[in-house]
Write a protein that binds this ligand. Sequence first.
Ligand SMILES: Cc1cc2nc3c(=O)[nH]c(=O)nc-3n(C[C@H](O)[C@H](O)[C@H](O)COP(=O)(O)OP(=O)(O)OC[C@H]3O[C@@H](n4cnc5c(N)ncnc54)[C@H](O)[C@@H]3O)c2cc1C
Length: 288
Amino acid sequence: MRIKDLLGGAKPVVSFEFFPPKTDDGVEKLYRAVEALKPCRPSFVSVTYGAGGSTRDRTLELVGRIKHELGIETMAHLTCVGASQTQLAATLEKLAAAGVENVLALRGDPPKGEASFLPAEGGFSHASQLVAFIRREGYPFCVGAACYPEGHPEAPDLTADLAHLATKVEAGVEFLISQLFFDNQDFFPFVRRARSLGIEVPILPGLMPVTNVSQVQRFTKMCGARIPQELQRRLSIVERDPAAVVAAGVYWTTVQAQQLLDHGVPGLHFYTLNQSSATLAVHAALGL
Ligand SMILES: Cc1cc2nc3c(=O)[nH]c(=O)nc-3n(C[C@H](O)[C@H](O)[C@H](O)COP(=O)(O)OP(=O)(O)OC[C@H]3O[C@@H](n4cnc5c(N)ncnc54)[C@H](O)[C@@H]3O)c2cc1C
């Protein structure tokens, strides 16, 4: 089913994001973890797209298997990193042949060690070009894209980033999923500004329950998300107690998610980092 149609329903959409493991063993473990989520009836599960090589094939394999064998709707992430238009077209053909209906069209980050993003020969510099390509070539996908409540780290400011976001949506995006954030006061004004620019597509907030302090510090540094002082304070109190860190993370995300739902967001997208138990605890606490 197309995510656009899922978003039109009466209940908020709930989605879980996973990344493709590096080994076949890991793939089986992840497959079982996704199977364990089935009772939560996720609206869809998404699988990220790696920097290259075998994990990219695993993204394709997982979105197909989860959809057809587990009966859970899926979305494949796809980036422009290291791929020409011909290579992107080949991947899109494979996804369509596997019956995948939803694609998150991304530019991707510069490869490790490179300061800025350089398009592959015959490839794209911005996600908006990938979106336009998917539309121009007539691929049948429901297309989503990324957005950044605190601004993309490379953008000079949020105003410039929002202008680029408007261009990307105009190219044919049907829904947006936000970068993770920990303070709803970054999300609400962002949505208002997007709407004022004529961006009307549903915007799913991206949430990540903290399960590990050093990991979240590393992660937020990379993606430019801010850890609010209050969350930082709570985490530093329990830093040496792994179970208490998870409890603090689950509590924070539950309160954040409930407030977002109270404000009528169309759904919640959870970054699981392949650790579904914290996300499941949030899901249970919300009574979704
Ligand atoms: C929900 C979500 C899922 C993700 N999944 C993955 C994944 O699976 N694999 C992965 O590698 N990465 C993933 N990422 C990370 C993403 O690839 C990076 O954040 C990347 O740096 C930007 O990708 P984008 O699609 O937002 O790029 P773009 O929309 O192209 O934007 C990137 C930057 O370019 C600027 N820009 C856009 N258009 C123009 C223009 N015409 N002129 C000048 N500047 C412009 C934007 O303002 C922004 O600063 C994900 C991010 C999110 C939020």
